[in-house]
Design a binder for this molecule. Structure first.
Ligand code: ADP
Ligand code: MG
Length: 703
C-alpha cells in the first residue's frame, strides 16, 4: 500500500539509525518519511552561477568557483591540525581551509595541473586575503555526473543536529536518499479536475522538485502546487465547518423591520448614514432574515462608525421580539458604549442595561432577573456577559466589539449560550489583510465598512525625535489654546513591567511641570489603577475638564472623545504598526484638523524606521496591515498569536494572496457540487481530508 511508504519510521532510512532518528524527532518533529519529505527547504542557492576569484567581496553570502588546486599543505599537529589548499583560476588565488576532517580531506584533494574542481562556500577575509573554510569541493570529470544541481536546497538545522553532521548538507543527503525511493508511492491528494484546471504538477513530482529542482521553472511549479494544496485543505476545513454549522443550527428568522428600527431611522438618527454603513446594515439584516444562523465579521477602520451599525441591527432583533447584547473587551469601552447607546435610544423607551465586573451583587441580581423575564432588551457589558448565571429570555443577537481581544474559543462559547444559538456579529477595527481574514475567520461571512463619515479631515502624522520635545510642547500649547485636547500614550508592553511604569510616571511628572496648574489640567490613566479611579479620570477628560490625558494603551480600544485632536505616542518604535494605527484612530473624530506625533529616540532599527514612515505616509488601515504582515509575518500579527491556523508549512499569507483566492474559490465550487466529497472523482480529496482530521496533532489547532 502506498501509504506504508509515507508512514515508514524515519530510522528505516539508510544512514539514519536510532541516534539520529531520536535527534530528528526531538529537534524537527520528523518521525516518519512523510515528515522528512515535507520538511521543505527555506531557500535555494543558485549553482548555475560561477564567480571569479577577483570578483569576491566581503559581503557575498556564497560563491561557486571553478579552477585548479596548485598546492596543499597540512599545518599543525593532531587536534590543532588544519588542511590548506591553494585554489587558482585565471584571475587569482584563494585558500581553502579545513579544520575538521583535515586528514580525510587531505587524502582526497591533491594538487594537479589539469584536474579542475568546483568549489562552493562562504568567503571570509583573513589578513587582507579571502579564504573559504569548509567549502564543498568536487572534481570535474566526464564520469562525475553527481555535480550539484542547478538550484541547491538549503534547510534549516539546529546546533544539536549539526553536531551529528545534520547541517543543511546532511539533511539534503537524507532527502536525496529518500527521494530516490519515491516510485509511485506518494498518493495524489487532489482531483484530476483541479489538477487539469490549474495545470498543477503531480504531488509526487512536486515533492521531488521541491527538494531537487531541475530548473527554476520546475521549482516554481512545485512551489505553486504545494502552496495551493496547503491552502486548499485549510479552506476546505473552514468552509466545511461553516457548512456543517449552517446545517446543524437553524437561525432565528428576523422577518420584519419594525417600529423600533423605523422610528429610530426616521426620527432619531444623529446623522446621515454613510453609504457603506447602509450597505452593511442591509447585508446583516438580510443574513438575519435568511433562516441561517449568522456568523459575520464586520470590519471597519477605527472611526468608521461600527457602533451605529451594531445598534441598528440590535433594533431589528428587538423588532422581532428578541433581546440583543453587545460585548466590549474593556470596562471603559463597555461604559462608553452603554452611554452612547442609552443616550441614542432614550426617545424610544428601550430598556438598556450595563453589566461589568464592577457591578454590585445586588444590582446584578436585579439585572439577571430582568434579563430572564425579558424586561431588559439590550445588555451591554464585558466578559461578565459570558458567565453562566447570565441567562436571557430570548437572546437573538450577540455583537462582539473589537474581536481581536476575544479568542476563537470564546466565539464558540457564545454559540453555546442558547439551545438555538443567536446571530453573532463580530466587529473588528484591526484592519487585517484579506488573506489573514480569510484564514483566521474563513468560517465567517465578512462585511466591510470601507468609508469614513464625511467631513473628517485626514489625520496629519509626523515623526519627531525625543531631542525636539520642546517644539512638540510648544505645539501642544497652541492646540490647547485653541480649545483642543491631547492624548499622550506610553508603551506598556507588559502591564507588570516596572521600567515601563517608571517611564510613564516620569513622563507624567515632566508633563505636569511643563503644563502647570491652574492653567492646565492633566489626567493620567493606566492599567494598575482601580477601575473607579480610571473611570473618574476618563470622565474628567471626556467632559473637557482636563486638557491632557497621559495614558498607557488602556485607551487603545474604542474610546471616543471628538474634541481630542492630538495623539502623541511616546517610544513609538516599541509599538507594532497595527497598534500605532489603532492609537491614532482615537483622534480625528471631530471636525477639527487632528494630528498624530510619533516620538522616538534617534536610535531606530530599519524596521522601526519603516513603521514610522508608513504611519506618516498613509491613513489607510488595510495598507498598514499589509506592511505589518510583511514586516512581522502572520504569526505575530495582533490577535493571531495563538492561532495555529497560521502555522503554514510552505504558503506565505503575505505573498500568496492570489493562490489563496484561487484555492478558496475552488473549494467553494467543489463544495457546491459535492458537499460530502462523495463523487468518485473526489476520492483523493476525501481521503486526504479524513487523514488530516484524524491527525489531531496537526489539525485540532485549527478549530
Ligand atoms: P468605530 O467604527 O471605530 O467603532 P464609532 O462607531 O465609535 O467608530 O464612530 C466613530 C465616531 O463617528 C463617533 O463619534 C460616531 O458618532 C461618528 N459617526 C458614526 N457614523 C457617522 C456618520 N454616518 N456620520 C457622521 N458621524 C458618524
Ligand atoms: Mg468602536
Amino acid at each position: 500500500m502506498s501509504n506504508n511508504f509515507l508512514n515508514t519510521p524515519i530510522e528505516y532510512l539508510k544512514s539514519v539509525g536510532p541516534q539520529r532518528a531520536e535527534l530528528l524527532k526531538k529537534e524537527l518533529h520528523i518521525f516518519k518519511y512523510s515528515d522528512l519529505l515535507t520538511y521543505y527547504p527555506f531557500r535555494y542557492v543558485d549553482r548555475t552561477k560561477f564567480y571569479k576569484v577577483k570578483e569576491i567581496t566581503g559581503d557575498l553570502p556564497y560563491v561557486q568557483l571553478r579552477g585548479k588546486i596548485i598546492h596543499t599543505e597540512m599545518i599543525g599537529v593532531k587536534r590543532a591540525q588544519r588542511f590548506v589548499a591553494t585554489f587558482v583560476d585565471e584571475t587569482g588565488k584563494l585558500e581553502l581551509v579545513w579544520f575538521q576532517g583535515a586528514k580525510w580531506i587531505g587524502e582526497k584533494i591533491k594538487p594537479h595541473l589539469t584536474n579542475e574542481y568546483v568549489v562552493f562556500g562562504k568567503p571570509s577575509a583573513f589578513n587582507g586575503k579571502f579564504n573559504i573554510a569548509h567549502p564543498e569541493i568536487e572534481l570535474v570529470s566526464e564520469e562525475n555526473t553527481t555535480l550539484a544541481p542547478a538550484l541547491q536546497a538549503v534547510y534549516n538545522s539546529t546546533d544539536r543536529l549539526k553536531l551529528r553532521s545534520l547541517d543543511t548538507k546532511g539533511i539534503a543527503k537524507l532527502q536525496k536518499a529518500l527521494v530516490l525511493l519515491i516510485k509511485n508511492n506518494i498518493p495524489e491528494t487532489l482531483s484530476k479536475t483541479i489538477i487539469d484546471r490549474y495545470q498543477l504538477m503531480s504531488k509526487e513530482d512536486a515533492i521531488r522538485q521541491i527538494h531537487f529542482p531541475q530548473n527554476p521553472e520546475m521549482l516554481r511549479k512545485a512551489e505553486f502546487r504545494l502552496k495551493f494544496e496547503e491552502l486548499f485543505f485549510i479552506q476546505l476545513k473552514l468552509l466545511k465547518q461553516k457548512g456543517l454549522r449552517e446545517k446543524t443550527y437553524r437561525g432565528f428568522v428576523f422577518q420584519k423591520v419594525g417600529d423600533y428600527f423605523n422610528n429610530f431611522y426616521n426620527h432619531h438618527l444623529p446623522f446621515e448614514l454613510t453609504g457603506a454603513q447602509k450597505r452593511v446594515i442591509k447585508e446583516i439584516r438580510l443574513d438575519m432574515g435568511s433562516g441561517k444562523q449568522m456568523n459575520r465579521l464586520l470590519q471597519g477602520d477605527v472611526g468608521s462608525g461600527k457602533t451605529l451599525v451594531a445598534l441598528m441591527n440590535m433594533l431589528i432583533a428587538l423588532d422581532n421580539g428578541f433581546q440583543a447584547c453587545l460585548m466590549a473587551p474593556t470596562e471603559i469601552l463597555a461604559n462608553q458604549h452603554y452611554e452612547t447607546i442609552a443616550e441614542l435610544l432614550k426617545p424610544l423607551n428601550i430598556h438598556v442595561g450595563l453589566l461589568t465586573g464592577s457591578k454590585k451583587t445586588k444590582e446584578r441580581r436585579i439585572l439577571h432577573e430582568k434579563l430572564q423575564n425579558g424586561e431588559m432588551q439590550i445588555l451591554i457589558g464585558t466578559h461578565a456577559l459570558f458567565e453562566d448565571v447570565v441567562q436571557f429570555k430570548n437572546l437573538g443577537l450577540v455583537v462582539i466589539d473589537e474581536q481581536h481581544r476575544f479568542g476563537v474559543a470564546q466565539r464558540a462559547k457564545m454559540w453555546a449560550k442558547n439551545t438555538q444559538p443567536p446571530h453573532v456579529l463580530i466587529m473588528s477595527a484591526t484592519p487585517i489583510p484579506r488573506t489573514l481574514a480569510m484564514t483566521l475567520y474563513g468560517d465567517l461571512d465578512v462585511s466591510v465598512i470601507d468609508e469614513l463619515p464625511p467631513g473628517r479631515k485626514p489625520i496629519q502624522t509626523s515623526h519627531r525625535f525625543d531631542a525636539h520635545r520642546d517644539r512638540v510642547f510648544g505645539f501642544m500649547r497652541e492646540q490647547i489654546a485653541m480649545g483642543r485636547q491631547i492624548y499622550i500614550v506610553y508603551p506598556l508592553i507588559k502591564e507588570s513591567e516596572k521600567m515601563d511604569y517608571k517611564d510613564l510616571m516620569d513622563g507624567y511628572e515632566s508633563i505636569v511641570r511643563a503644563f502647570p496648574q491652574p492653567q492646565f489640567q492633566v489626567s493620567i490613566v493606566h492599567g494598575q489603577m482601580k477601575s473607579d479611579a480610571k473611570e473618574f479620570e476618563m470622565q474628567r477628560f471626556v467632559s473637557g475638564e482636563t486638557q491632557i490625558m497621559v495614558a498607557t494603551t488602556v485607551i487603545e480600544v474604542g474610546v471616543n472623545v471628538p474634541n481630542a485632536s492630538v495623539m502623541i505616542i511616546e517610544s513609538a518604535e516599541r509599538f507594532g504598526l497595527s497598534q500605532l494605527h489603532q492609537l491614532r484612530g482615537r483622534v480625528g473624530r471631530g471636525a477639527d484638523q487632528s494630528y498624530c506625533i510619533l516620538m522616538t529616540s534617534h536610535k531606530l532599527s530599519s524596521d522601526g524606521k519603516l513603521r514610522m514612515d508608513t504611519m506618516c505616509r498613509t491613513n489607510d488601515g488595510f495598507e498598514i496591515a499589509d506592511v505589518d504582515l510583511k514586516l512581522r509575518g502572520p504569526g505575530d500579527m495582533a490577535g493571531t498569536m495563538q492561532s495555529g491556523v497560521l502555522d503554514l508549512n510552505i504558503a506565505d499569507l503575505a505573498k500568496d494572496a492570489q493562490i489563496l483566492h484561487t484555492a478558496r474559490n475552488m473549494v467553494i465550487e467543489l463544495l457546491s457540487e459535492d458537499v460530502n466529497l462523495e463523487h468518485p472523482e473526489n476520492t483523493n480529496i476525501a481521503y486526504q481530508f479524513s487523514m488530516m482530521n484524524s491527525n489531531k496533532t496537526n489539525w485540532s489547532r485549527i478549530s
